[in-house]
Design a protein around this ligand. Structure first.
Ligand code: SF4
Ligand code: SF4
Length: 129
């Protein structure tokens, strides 16, 4: 592969917004453990409940774990799987339009990267639906 299809530019755009991804129970436990908190403390300080979903809180228009100054994730070693996979999301495999939408918001994709190349890349990385 001569041109890199994707390389994160650490712009932090994917951590912005007024909502975040939902956390599975194992993710809740590992983040709480990483922060040295019990689950109740973790829920109280860092999460919000939306119906049956538990999401990370937002602050100043971004995920509470996004470090504005350093532009890094403060829970990187235990960040949720949705964050870990972003932007090489399985939805891209099914839908060219998903890829175009994601590519427009993520400067990490090479401008010349095509949907077909990214699908091959995701499959090569072993990330299937
Ligand atoms: S939007 Fe893309 S380039 Fe920017 S931090 Fe997120 S994954 Fe990296
Ligand atoms: S957990 Fe980390 S990577 Fe995921 S949205 Fe929050 S700051 Fe960004």
């Amino acid at each position: 592969m001569s041109v890199k299809i994707f390389e994160c530019k650490r712009c932090g755009f994917c951590c912005q917004g007024e909502s975040t991804v939902s956390l599975t129970p194992p993710e809740q436990e590992s983040i709480a453990m990483f922060l040295g908190l019990n689950l109740s403390e973790f829920f109280e300080r860092y999460t919000v409940k939306k119906g049956s979903r538990v999401e990370m809180k937002t602050i100043n228009g971004h995920c509470i774990f996004f470090d504005e100054k350093e532009k890094i994730c403060r829970i990187h070693p235990v960040k949720p799987s949705h964050c870990r996979r972003w932007p090489l999301h399985p939805s891209i495999l099914k839908d060219r339009e998903s890829f175009e939408i994601i590519k427009r918001t993520c400067p990490g994709f090479s401008p010349s990267a095509t949907w077909e190349e990214v699908v091959d890349f995701i499959r090569y990385m072993g990330d299937t639906c």
